[in-house]
Design a protein around this ligand. Structure first.
Ligand code: MG
Ligand code: ZN
Length: 195
């Protein structure tokens, strides 16, 4: 019998929770939530899901912004979320550039392994939501269920095809949350899928 996955959801940040920018998100002012994304996190929490972020932040490694700026962005997120009764339990991030050859930069699964260790959970079947192929690839490497949103780079990612088998596609994080909570967390087979 397959085990029921723990009630966790892992989210990419840029393009999923907040608006993305090719110029990087470098300040709290530039950190602007996507419509409905914070409400989606609160709804997931209400349905019993713990929400954790796993985000590549190579802007740190490139010297575009400091850790203090990243912390300030996340303070803004936590504050806005708290007003809605929502919370993110942890933000995991990779500060490295591709040239660093680290184990945590997605599509490597290092951050997800850190989440598994920190919370003492198996990730098999846990949904991972991203707007880039590398988010889904990192998730699939540790047995997560891949979910692509069309927000951020998501539509472009969808147009490029080659998504991992079983990837489910949602308009945005709110649509994903409605899907997951509407299922009562039962993780039924996809109603529509790509790949
Ligand atoms: Mg992204
Ligand atoms: Zn890294």
């Amino acid at each position: 019998m397959p085990q029921t996955p723990p009630k966790f959801v892992i989210l990419d940040r840029d393009g999923v929770v907040n608006l993305d920018s090719d110029q990087f998100i470098k300040t709290p002012d530039e950190w602007v939530p996507i419509d409905g994304s914070l409400e989606a996190i609160a709804a997931l929490n209400q349905a019993g899901y713990r929400v954790v972020l796993a985000s590549n932040q190579s802007g740190i490694g490139r010297g575009l912004f400091e850790m203090s700026a990243l912390n300030a962005m996340h303070e803004k997120m936590h504050t806005l979320l708290a007003r809605l009764g929502g919370r993110v339990d942890a933000v995991f991030f990779c500060p490295h550039t591709a040239a660093d050859g680290c184990d945590c930069r997605k599509p490597k699964p290092g951050m997800l392994e850190q989440i598994s260790e920190r919370f003492g959970i198996e990730l098999r079947g846990v949904p991972i939501v991203g707007d880039s192929l590398r988010d889904l690839e990192a998730g699939v490497a540790v047995g997560c269920a891949p979910h692509l949103v069309r927000s951020g780079k998501g539509q472009k990612t969808l147009d490029q095809g080659a998504l991992p088998p079983g990837t489910q596609v949602h308009d945005d994080l709110l649509a994903f949350a409605r899907w997951l909570t509407g299922n009562g967390g039962a993780q039924r087979p996809p109603t529509h899928s790509a790949g």
